[in-house]
Design a protein around this ligand. Structure first.
Ligand code: NCD
Ligand code: ZN
Length: 459
């Protein structure tokens, strides 16, 4: 296979940015060396930046289950256009990914449509068994996700945005008991446990109809997040599990997480661009595009999250890309389903935030290096270094981009970041050395492969 030589760019190498030649053979980076040192078919990227492909560890493909909302084709078209070369999909598709069989059929579907590499999270139900987790791990799950406040429809095989009820079809959400029961198996497997951290008891106590955005904030208080974090951290610490908190949204949640880390918990934190860029004040303009769980909160929460990124307490920025149809989102605040798309704007919104913080290159850590470590991919992705997959994003730092719904490739075009202007543009994207996006056009080929965490034996 021909060697490719990326030349002329400022490259984000593991020791920091520099003027390097990058050569690629057979989809893998073979050298990162001084200008003029590389040989191969030249790809001239002069004046641009070369960054490691984004890894969005929190997306909802809706596939299989909800083709009107999204599928792996539209999800990964948006990902490719946004410089995200790997997505890790959440298990609340239908049927939910609660068994090895469900994971394998979802993987086959994703392989047929995905334009970028993909990994799959597995679901923990209150009825899950240790054997099921072992089988899910051998089938390739990146780790396990527990939705603390969401019950499960047994007949529909679906996770619901609802606290349990007396309906016999509804299985109770997984709780601290479920996690304590399954903790030894998770520890043995060595995979991360991801939590949707909102305590159902607190959500229940604060339930109310949503008329105003203030009602949303009162119904899902920050204590729901901090209590869920402290309680799951206590279980994780006891069993030495790697606990990952999805979409941290509040200063109080952060404080609980930092206390848990100080106490010795192996805990990583994720937040999302919408919590870093938006506050309650944006609701008047954005409406239900901004309705999501947990909610976008107050300016003081946003400040605390930005500060935690700066202090490297938060190591992952992911999107919680959660599209719904226009009709669903056109309902009132009470009835519109929670969730916003975001995979296409992840990288650029992080570059812009990192630029505001004085070092735009930090973005590569938040969306590539940190996520690779979480998903067990640190040996193959997340860095521009010899031996790593040639997942490369070419960014023009002299062009700006305004997030415009018309340019979105996701089926749901309206998201919480719409209208944001950033001082960068993505010009081309490579997946394992193959161009998948260039100058506004996607390549027609689907080339995505399934990624599996290192160190887990294949069944
Ligand atoms: C997600 C969805 O729609 O699947 N919605 C959301 O508001 N975040 C579910 C989730 O991740 O909690
Ligand atoms: Zn989610």
């Amino acid at each position: 296979m021909t060697e490719l030589l990326f030349r002329g760019a400022t490259v984000y190498a593991p020791d920091g940015p520099g003027e390097f030649d990058v050569t690629v053979s057979d989809g893998v980076i073979t050298s990162v060396g001084p200008r003029g040192s590389g040989r191969g078919k030249a790809v001239d990227v002069s004046g641009n930046w070369l960054l490691p492909g984004g890894i969005d560890v929190h997306v909802h493909s809706r596939d299989p289950g909800f083709p009107d909302k999204e599928d792996f084709g539209t999800l990964t078209a948006a990902a490719a256009a946004g410089g995200v070369t790997t997505v890790v999909d959440m298990p609340n598709t239908v049927p939910a990914v609660d068994s090895a069989g469900a994971l394998e059929s979802k993987a086959a579907l994703a392989r047929s449509r995905s334009r970028v590499d993909f990994g799959l999270w597995a679901l923990i139900r209150s009825s899950s068994t240790a054997e099921q987790l072992v089988e899910l791990a051998s089938a390739g799950a990146v780790g396990f996700k527990a939705y603390l406040g969401y019950s499960f429809s047994v007949s529909r095989k679906q996770v619901l945005h609802a606290l349990g009820a007396s309906d016999p079809d509804l299985e109770a959400p997984p709780d601290y008991g479920t996690l304590t029961r399954l903790a030894p198996a998770i520890a043995e497997l060595g995979l991360p446990l991801v939590i949707h951290a909102e305590d159902p008891g607190i959500l229940h106590a604060f339930r109310r109809p949503f008329e105003t955005y203030e009602d949303v904030l009162e119904a899902r208080p920050a204590e729901a997040e901090s209590v869920a974090i402290s309680a799951t951290a206590s279980v994780a610490r006891q069993h030495d599990i790697h606990l990952h908190i999805a979409h941290v949204s509040s200063a109080l949640g952060l404080q609980a997480a930092e206390e848990a880390i100080a106490a010795g918990t192996r805990l990583t934190l994720e937040t999302c661009p919408q919590y870093l860029w938006r506050t309650e004040a944006d609701f008047a303009r954005l409406g239900t595009a901004m309705k999501m769980n947990p909610p976008v909160r107050r300016a003081s929460d946003q400040q605390a999250l930005r500060d935690a990124l700066r202090r490297e307490v938060i190591s992952v920025v992911a999107t919680d890309h959660a599209p719904h149809t226009d009709d669903e989102k056109a309902q009132d605040l009470e009835h519109a389903p929670p969730g916003t798309p975001g995979v296409q704007t992840l990288y650029l919104s992080c570059l812009e935030l990192a630029r505001h913080m004085g070092d735009p290159w930090l973005a590569a850590r938040w969306v590539s290096e940190g996520p690779a470590a979480l998903a067990g991919l640190s040996e193959s992705k997340g860095r521009i270094a010899p031996g790593y997959d040639a997942d490369l994003v070419v960014v023009d730092p002299k062009q700006s981009t305004t997030f415009n719904p018309k340019a979105m490739r996701s089926r749901q075009k309206h998201g919480a970041l719409q209208g944001l202007k950033v001082s960068f543009a993505i010009t081309s994207v490579y997946l394992r050395g193959v161009p998948i996006y260039a100058n506004g056009r996607l390549s027609t080929r689907s080339t995505g492969r399934m990624v599996r965490p290192a160190g887990v034996p294949i069944a």
